[in-house]
Design a protein around this ligand. Structure first.
Ligand code: C2E
Ligand code: CA
Ligand code: CA
Length: 957
């Protein structure tokens, strides 16, 4: 009996254990298969996500890169593109493609042209130099055969460093340049450090060659020869790809890692972009196969090319444990374990009903297993079909091109679907067009041939392509590139057509505008260089036949840059437009007015000019420019400098005449602006000389060629010398004494003004102190500061050091600054002036009255002296206007407790006027020219003084 019981208990335990084992095994089996299905679903979802990213990046990149060819088209069409045209053409592109950092044009400059080119560019950008980066610092480019100089770059802001940069030396550039020039296509550089962008980011450039217009470019050799430059688009790689991903809403998905390389494979050194964490490897030591516990999709990768260079992209997913998202498998596992335990428990407790329970258990387990298996299969199937469908849907939905799906049933081809882009481009909503015939979208006035091509494609059920003009809901037309493709079912039957429209209205519009733009200046609507050349050539040939004369007149505004810099480019533009209008009115009907860019205008005064008639036009122009201008409630008085070259005496071709008029204009500027000059052959000589001077200036300081002259300043009350202005002279070994007007601006541009200015200050202070000690009195020395010097960091400290060094009391130093220097950045100027005042030096505003109408600002500047410009003084006796201005300046200055000094006093008449109206001090040829130190000492020792006043009261007495 005992034995029997033991046997029964044993068999009960065995049965229960067996039950449990079977239950758990089944559960494991079940879990594994559900897991597999789940993994497949997740993998499918991942692949879909990965494809979306890959297509967003690859198509976005090719779209962006395309823009460099769009800009290139501008040069191909125009040949000569002005800075304004470049700016206005690229602005909409940059706005539309924020992923483009900059668009630029590099010009090939031969070494022999370098000087001329730099000088020409400096008219627009005073600091322009062909430069290069060496060891992280920018400096003038070393000499080489030719340079690839960044001539235009947009946007300008943030890209200032790039202007003038010679890109020939960067190896990355050179390789891409060679490829683009030999192929005639765009080519991308490998990754490089961008100087265009503040902060030195990694990026790349896409270059496309610009050939001389009309030159043959059929073979590689011909193309190499015809290159004149290249257009380029600059991309900051992180910003570019982030923009593309953000735009598609695909950035920063948790668990998703995107790695993009600018190489054919995953080369770490060429890693261009990374988003998210890279996938962690699966735990290797686990007993259970990893796929069972973790979802781990194989990374998806793709290669594509961007302007001829290979790119590689990889999207990976971080492995996720299956418990991360509770799904069928987790429930199957828990349910299975629970049922198995229950079953085993039941077997153990109810021995007698063992068979029944066994049956029940197996039954239950089986149902459970079957249910779950069915569920898993179902799920997998659904996901597989949905995967591709959803991917396609999403691509269509986010596309920026209009996409239409229509039925393949003739004759209507009823529209079945339109995407959001279609709705926004055409203004038709889906409800408006679904069910309607595809033909309703085509307008009435179509190019017959193109519409026929599409009809034929529909009829023959094949692919088709045409450029069409379609109409929006509001009736306006738009040009589009239309592609049509039949869609086949698995059985090969065609049930639908997909129609994709790429909006190319902008391109077509540009083409239409190109014709006009090619010959006119975008800002002012005046003729541009191209049209000017055409007209000039025609005029020359007419003059040749008629034996008449013709004039080419170069007009350049004086100090335009100052207004542009102070009031901003918008104000500058308004000013140019106004002046363009005035110039048109100032000339005769047959004359041509053209704008050469910047503030330069060229006029052609053709046949029958006659000297008087021609001069009348010149006078009209000067008067038109001189008329006051009101911009942003500021009143401006502008002047211009004019150069004139006559046919046939000054040249026989359009090119020579324009060049000579330009040279004559330069001479007019040198003469002190606001004047005109006829070309003379000696001027070309001077131009050459100017270039020479430029080269010599670099060494003038170290070779001790500078000397200081001193011009006395006299007090009108005491009649004595109270001080002197220091004026710099350059003793050139060949050219003799050179006046500062010919080299100070040059020194500014060449960056030499700092050492020269410092030398002047020190030498002047040392000399003054020496004279004081020699008993010539407490003389005050006035030193001119140049704009760069004024804004230079550490100016105050260096002046303090110089004063300390030579023991000169600060109140004996006066610094002369001009109105424009303090007006270009008022707040900054006030800070500098305050610091200088704190030091104890005196501040004088030089050339007062010539610049900005800044009377209201004067109050805010901590200054001591106003220096009335010589132009007013010279005309006091002649023009009532100038006399009134001088009177006003004196009373205004006294109202502000400032002293007034008049410069350029040449006659007794002027002196008397100034004295009568309370001017404090005077300086001018009437008393002394600026003279070398020894002569000045003699003057001061000899007691130079102002002659006693021819006072009226005295005269009466
Ligand atoms: P500025 O400061 O207006 O200097 C006055 C100019 O007027 C001087 O020309 C002087 O020789 C000239 N002048 C003086 N009295 C008369 C007169 O009675 N009649 C006429 N017609 N002219 C008179 P300069 O020496 O050729 O200097 C020209 C300009 O060069 C100066 O104009 C000043 O802006 C600049 N400059 C001269 N020396 C220096 C210097 O050391 N540093 C800087 N930054 N600029 C300097
Ligand atoms: Ca001065
Ligand atoms: Ca002056």
């Amino acid at each position: 009996m005992q034995n029997l019981f033991r046997r029964v208990r044993l068999s009960v335990s065995v049965s229960a254990a067996l039950t449990l084992c079977v239950g758990l095994s089944l559960t494991a089996l079940l879990f594994a298969s559900v897991r597999r299905a789940e993994t497949q679903v997740r993998t499918a979802r991942f692949e879909q996500e990965a494809s979306l990213r890959i297509s967003a990046v690859s198509s976005g990149l090719s779209d962006a890169v395309q823009q460099v060819m769009v800009v290139n088209g501008l040069f191909r069409t125009f040949g000569n593109v002005t800075a304004e045209q470049f700016a206005s053409f690229t602005a909409p592109l940059l706005a539309r493609y924020p992923e483009i950092q900059a668009l630029s044009y590099q010009h090939v400059i031969m070494d022999s042209e370098r000087k001329r080119y730099e000088a020409q560019m400096r008219r627009r950008f005073p600091n322009f130099t062909i430069s290069e980066f060496v060891g992280g610092t920018q400096r003038p480019a070393a000499q080489r055969d030719n340079y690839n100089v960044v001539e235009y770059i947009q946007p300008v802001e943030g890209n200032e460093l790039a202007l003038g940069l010679d890109t020939s030396r960067t190896p990355e550039h050179a390789a891409a340049r060679l490829r683009s020039r030999t192929s005639g296509q765009s080519a991308a550089t490998s990754l490089l450090t961008l100087v265009q962008v503040k902060g030195f980011h990694t990026g790349f450039l896409v270059l496309a060659p610009v050939y001389l217009r009309g030159a043959p470019i059929d073979t590689e050799a011909l193309r190499q020869r015809a290159v004149v430059g290249e257009t380029a688009a600059v991309f900051r790689v992180d910003h570019l790809i982030a923009t593309l991903l953000n735009r598609a809403g695909l950035r920063g998905t948790p668990g998703m890692a995107v790695n993009i390389y600018a190489a054919a494979s995953a080369q770490q050194s060429q890693l261009a972009f990374r988003d998210g964490q890279a996938a962690r490897p699966l735990p290797a030591d686990s007993l259970i196969p990893a796929w069972l516990l973790y979802d781990h999709a194989t990374p998806k990768s793709a290669s594509f090319t961007v302007a001829g260079t290979p790119w590689f992209m990889q999207v990976a997913q971080a492995p996720a444990p299956f418990t991360a998202t509770p799904g069928g498998s987790l429930y199957a596992l828990l349910g299975g374990i629970l049922s198995s335990l229950l079953a085993a428990g039941a077997v153990y407790s109810v021995v007698s009903r063992k068979s029944v329970i066994e049956r029940v258990t197996t039954e239950r387990t089986r149902t459970l297993r079957d249910d779950n298996l069915r569920l898993a299969e179902d799920l997998a199937l659904r996901m597989r079909t949905e995967k591709s469908l959803r991917l396609r849907e999403k691509v269509i939905e986010v596309s920026s091109n209009a996409i239409i799906i229509c039925s393949a049933v003739a004759p209507d081809y009823a529209i079945e679907y339109v995407n959001p882009a279609f709705e926004s481009i055409t203004g038709f909503s889906a409800a408006d067009v679904i069910g309607k015939s595809l033909r309703t979208l085509a307008g009435a006035s179509q190019d017959h041939q193109n519409i026929e091509e599409i009809s034929a494609a529909l009829r023959e059920q094949r692919e088709g392509h045409a450029v069409l003009r379609n109409y929006r809901k509001d009736g306006t037309g738009y040009w589009n590139d239309l592609y049509i493709t039949p869609v086949r079912t698995d059985e090969g039957e065609i049930i639908n057509f997909v129609v994709a429209q790429y909006d190319i209205s902008a391109v077509m519009r540009y083409e239409a505008e190109l014709e006009f733009q090619a010959r006119h200046d975008a800002l002012t609507g005046l003729a541009n260089r191209n049209l000017l050349n055409e007209r000039l050539e025609r005029a020359i040939s007419n003059a040749r036949h008629g034996g008449t004369e013709l004039w080419v007149v170069f007009v350049d505004l004086d100090r335009f840059k100052f207004i542009n810099d102070t009031l901003g480019h918008e104000a500058g533009d308004i000013l140019l437009k106004t002046l363009a209008e005035r110039l048109k009115l100032a000339v005769r009907e047959a004359d041509t007015v053209a704008r050469m860019g910047g503030d330069e205008f060229v006029l052609v005064l053709p046949e029958g000019t006659g000297r008087d008639a021609g001069m009348q036009v010149i006078q009209n122009i000067m008067d038109a420019v001189a008329e006051p201008l009101l911009i942003q409630s500021h009143e401006f008085f502008l002047t211009c400098s004019i150069g004139i070259a006559a046919y046939p005496s000054d040249g026989g071709t359009a090119e020579t005449l324009t060049k000579h008029a330009d040279i004559a204009m330069y001479r007019a500027k040198e003469m002190g602006r606001n004047t005109w000059q006829f070309y003379a052959p000696a001027m070309s000589e001077r131009t050459r000389e100017r270039l020479e001077i430029e080269a010599d200036l670099r060494h003038a300081l170290e070779r001790g060629q500078f000397v200081l002259h001193y011009q006395p300043q006299l007090d009108l009350i005491s009649g004595n010398i109270v001080g002197m202005e220091v004026l710099l002279r350059w003793n050139h070994p060949q050219h003799g004494t050179i006046a500062p007007s010919r080299f100070i601006a040059l020194a500014e541009e060449m960056g030499l003004i700092m050492p020269i200015g410092a030398w002047v200050l020190r030498a002047a202070c040392v000399q003054t102190r020496a004279w004081q000690l020699a008993g010539l009195g407490q003389l005050r020395v006035a030193v001119n500061l140049s704009p760069r010097q004024f804004t230079q960091k550490g100016l105050v400290q260096s002046i303090a050091a110089i004063l300390e060094e030579c023991g000169l009391d600060a109140r004996h130093l006066e610094l002369e600054v001009t109105e424009s220097m303090v007006m270009s950045d008022v707040d900054h100027a006030i800070t500098i002036l305050r610091d200088l005042k704190q030091l104890g030096v005196q501040i004088a505003i030089d050339d007062f009255g010539t610049g900005y109408s800044s009377l209201s600002y004067l109050r805010r500047f901590p200054i001591d002296v106003l220096k009335i410009d010589q132009s007013f003084v010279s005309d006091i006796a002649l023009k009532e206007d100038d006399a009134a201005i001088v009177r006003a300046i004196i009373s205004l200055a006294h109202g502000l407790r400032l002293k007034v000094i008049a410069e350029g006093v040449e006659t007794n008449e002027q002196l008397e006027f100034l004295r009568e109206h309370g001017c404090d001090q005077v300086q001018g040829f009437l008393f002394s020219l600026p003279v070398p130190a020894t002569e000045f000492a003699a003057l001061a020792a000899g007691g130079l003084c102002v002659a006693a006043p021819v006072s009226k009261s005295v005269a009466h007495a």
